[in-house]
Structures are given as structure tokens and as C-alpha cells.
Design a protein around this ligand. Structure first.
Ligand SMILES: [Zn+2]
Length: 142
């Protein structure tokens, strides 16, 4: 577009509405004399580059607000979830402790049984149980 935005009248604007929309949708420059903004600095009478941080801040501010709101909501949800998981974890830990206790009990039982068994074995080897049984068995046969 050769004509500057600043010089456009209503009819011109209506005629090239699409072009203008494309030019002002993401402006890189603003006009210092009439405050129009445009992506193409040649379309402005006194173009000045827009400070990009400014436009970003302006466009980010409302978004940030929404973000903090949704972040709060997300935090609530996360907190709820965390509490739930904590409960579950506690339950699981209790279960685990029970199982561990049982296991310990069983281990103790096993150890006791083993020690008893080894005592019996020792006693058996001392008494020589097997031959005695054998002779008893053969005595019954004869
Ligand atoms: Zn202008």
C-alpha cells in the first residue's frame, strides 16, 4: 500500500479493510503524530518503532492475571490431590507395616523352628534315631 494509514479516509479504509487489518494486527511501529500503529513503518507519517517489551507486557498482563487465577485453581486441585495421595500413602504405609510385622513374626517363628529343628537333629544324631527305628521295624517283621 502506497498511501499512509494516516492519510486514509473512511472510504479508503472500508475499501482496503483486509489489508489494513493485516497491517495493524501485529504492529511494529506507531505514528507519533496520530497514534496509529502498523506493521509497516512506511505506512505511517511519523513512524516510531514500538518497544516490543511494552506491547508484550500489555498483552501479557491480562493473560498473567488469568494465569494466576487458573494457577490458584490448579493449586487447589493439586493440594487436594496431594492430600489424597498422602492419605493413600499413609494407608499403604500402615499396610506395609502390618505386612512387615507379620513377616518379622514369621521370621521369628521360622528361626525358632529352625533352632528347634537343629536341636532335634543334634539330639537325633546323638541318639542315633534311624538305626533304632530300623531295628524296631525289622524286629516287628520277624
Ligand atoms: Zn500518522
Amino acid at each position: 500500500m502506497a498511501t499512509r494509514l494516516c492519510k486514509l479516509n473512511r472510504r479508503d479504509i472500508a475499501a482496503s479493510l483486509d489489508d489494513i487489518q493485516a497491517m495493524v494486527a501485529q504492529p511494529g511501529y506507531m505514528c507519533r503524530s496520530c497514534a496509529r500503529s502498523c506493521a509497516d513503518k512506511s505506512a505511517l507519517c511519523k513512524p516510531q518503532a514500538l518497544a516490543k517489551q511494552h506491547t508484550q507486557q500489555k498483552s501479557l498482563l491480562p493473560v498473567a492475571n488469568v494465569d494466576s487465577k487458573s494457577a490458584k485453581a490448579a493449586n487447589k486441585v493439586a493440594l487436594k490431590l496431594a492430600k489424597k495421595t498422602l492419605k493413600k500413602q499413609k494407608k499403604y504405609q500402615k499396610k506395609l507395616e502390618k505386612v512387615l510385622k507379620k513377616q518379622r513374626k514369621l521370621m521369628r517363628k521360622q528361626q525358632a523352628l529352625q533352632s528347634k529343628f537343629s536341636v532335634l537333629q543334634e539330639a537325633g544324631s546323638d541318639l542315633n534315631v534311624t538305626p533304632v527305628l530300623d531295628t524296631g521295624f525289622s524286629a516287628q517283621m520277624h
